[in-house]
Design a protein around this ligand. Structure first.
Ligand SMILES: Nc1nc2c(c(=O)[nH]1)N[C@H]1C(S)=C(S)[C@@H](COP(=O)(O)O)O[C@H]1N2
Ligand SMILES: [Mo]
Length: 251
């Protein structure tokens, strides 16, 4: 595997901070070293530097790749082999199901809703935690009110435009002030690798609730467990209060 910035110049839909950040020689050597250890990277996501680092960070038992500029301590997770790239101009968020209206929101529609910011720790159920991450976006609750939630609705299904990942929330959880449809993360637009242009951030719950590449919300009458929940993780994923873990709560 070779990693250099020249070969990692993709057609990006929006400014990609990782690419404008010089990657130091030591980091490049670390990546090459990991490659030499036989760590596989999916070819399809090697067309962005985020993707290259992400594919390695995903499988880096040392945690060293967390020190790479631009990653902010985050790993990059995807259950699919590719990082979907959607330009903000082409972005759509559908809201369907038990609503008064079906919505097909654009990025500009989201920007027209009240903008909120919050800073919270981010905790993955596998153990890593990033302290004091700044987020911006709109409250999920405001998106729901724009559609109008019918009385029969008690839960949400959330769909990623990666085509595979799903999540769930109860309506009560979704209406919390610390649950947002995020357009900014770490002080910049959410990068493609982190789920841009729009991802969910569910502050009080483990990272798997913070669905990346948010494409659809469906209001339902019952909770339908999401991707990891069908594989055994808790549906109510409170940090420090689920999955048999004793982490300090994040919210
Ligand atoms: N679409 C999608 N969203 C996802 C995931 C994923 O694999 N696919 N992984 C989840 C998990 S387990 C975590 S910890 C966070 C990681 O966010 P990051 O990749 O920005 O670090 O994304 C969550 N959202
Ligand atoms: Mo996670």
């Amino acid at each position: 595997m070779t990693v250099d910035q020249t070969s990692a110049a993709p057609a990006a839909p929006e400014p990609d901070l990782a690419r404008s950040t010089p990657i130091g020689r030591r980091v490049v050597l670390t990546l090459v070293g990991l490659g030499a250890l036989g760590i596989a990277t999916g070819a399809a996501i090697q067309d962005s530097i985020d993707g290259v680092i992400g594919a390695v960070a995903n499988r880096d038992p040392t945690g060293l790749t967390g020190l790479i500029p631009g990653s902010g301590g985050f790993r990059y997770y995807s259950v699919t082999g590719t990082v979907p790239a959607v330009a903000t101009a082409d972005y759509r968020l559908s809201v369907t199901g038990l609503t008064d209206r079906e919505l097909d929101l654009t990025y500009a529609d989201l920007q027209a809703l009240p903008q909120v910011g919050l800073t919270r720790d981010f905790q993955c159920v596998t153990g890593w935690r990033v302290l004091d991450v700044p987020w911006k976006g709109v409250r999920l609750s405001d998106v729901l009110d724009t559609a109008g939630v019918q009385a029969a609705a008690t839960a949400l299904r959330l769909f990623s435009f990666d085509g595979t990942y799903t999540e769930s929330l109860t309506l009560e959880q979704a209406r919390r002030e610390d649950v947002i449809v995020a357009t900014e993360m770490l002080g910049a637009p959410v990068t493609p690798a982190h789920g841009g242009p729009v991802r969910l951030f569910v502050a009080p719950m483990y990272g798997y609730k913070s669905l990346k590449w948010l494409g659809g919300i469906e209001l339902t009458s019952t909770v339908v467990p999401g991707y990891w929940e069908q594989l055994g993780y808790d549906v109510d994923a409170w940090v420090g209060g689920s999955n048999g873990r004793e982490d300090t709560p994040t919210s």
